[in-house]
Design a protein around this ligand. Structure first.
Ligand code: SAM
Length: 225
């Protein structure tokens, strides 16, 4: 009986996941097949607090504790599409939060490092990633505004929090031919910026408007600013 109830709930979540991909992502112009497939696979409900599980596939960000959020599914997909990952890539995520986007990166890349400044979020993210069987994603506690030099260079870097400008150490840790996607702007609104590095040449292209929690730390906002 308990087993039957669990299956029913898993099936309901799987249906909600399929609907999310169809309506919120493909229906709004996300075209990257690998991103759509990853989002159809990773169980988002395993990364949200149990009290919010019913809303795991709703069209909005959700609280994950410590004043932080798991981003809206569409924003996650738009960032991943802009990142343009390949199966051989090594990626860095700054702002692991719940671990959901890191799990998606794990589907899209060979190796992923995710750094989170709030220790208990990092601990929960690690356990959720373990729970869904992702073994190519490492979660580190620390200030990701200075990057994670011990595993650099990265083919892809994604920053899931907004900063006044792109932190220089992240650009330095980008591989030749690498790409970085992050929200840049004021504390309240930002634009999704794409940074590309070719040799010594670094270009920045501003994209869609977005609203993210602040990137704090040495190359981000002061926590109380
Ligand atoms: N990608 C996450 C997910 O899938 O749940 C959502 C990230 S949430 C929008 C932003 C995260 O960035 C928060 O968990 C916050 O604690 C973290 N953060 C802010 N500044 C940071 C920094 N300097 N280094 C690492 N993490 C940081």
């Amino acid at each position: 009986m308990v087993e039957h109830r669990r299956e029913t709930s898993a099936e309901r979540q799987a249906q909600a996941r399929r609907r999310m991909v169809e309506l919120q992502l493909a229906g709004r112009g996300i075209r990257d097949r690998r991103v759509l497939a990853a989002m159809a696979t990773v169980p988002r409900e395993r990364f949200v607090p149990s009290a919010s599980r019913l809303y795991a596939y709703s069209d909005r960000p959700l609280p994950i504790g410590r004043g932080q959020t798991i981003s809206q599914p569409y924003m996650v997909a738009a960032m991943l599409e802009a990142l343009d990952c390949s199966p051989e890539h090594v990626a860095l995520e700054v702002g692991a939060g719940s671990g959901y986007q890191a799990a998606l990166l794990g589907e899209l890349c060979a190796e992923v490092w995710a750094i989170e400044i709030v220790e208990d979020l990092a601990v929960r993210a690690r356990s959720a990633l373990l729970d869904v069987g992702r073994d190519n994603v490492g979660v580190v506690v620390g200030d990701g505004s200075t990057g994670l030099p011990e595993h650099a260079p990265y083919d892809r870097i994604i920053v899931a929090a907004g900063a006044p400008e792109v932190p220089e150490p992240l650009v330095e840790q980008l591989a030749d031919g690498g790409r970085l996607v992050m929200p840049v702007g004021s504390r309240v609104t930002q634009a999704l910026v794409i940074v590309e590095r070719h040799g010594d040449e670094v270009t920045q292209t501003p994209g869609m408007p977005c609203i993210f929690v602040p990137l704090i730390g040495r190359h981000g906002w002061r926590p109380d600013a």
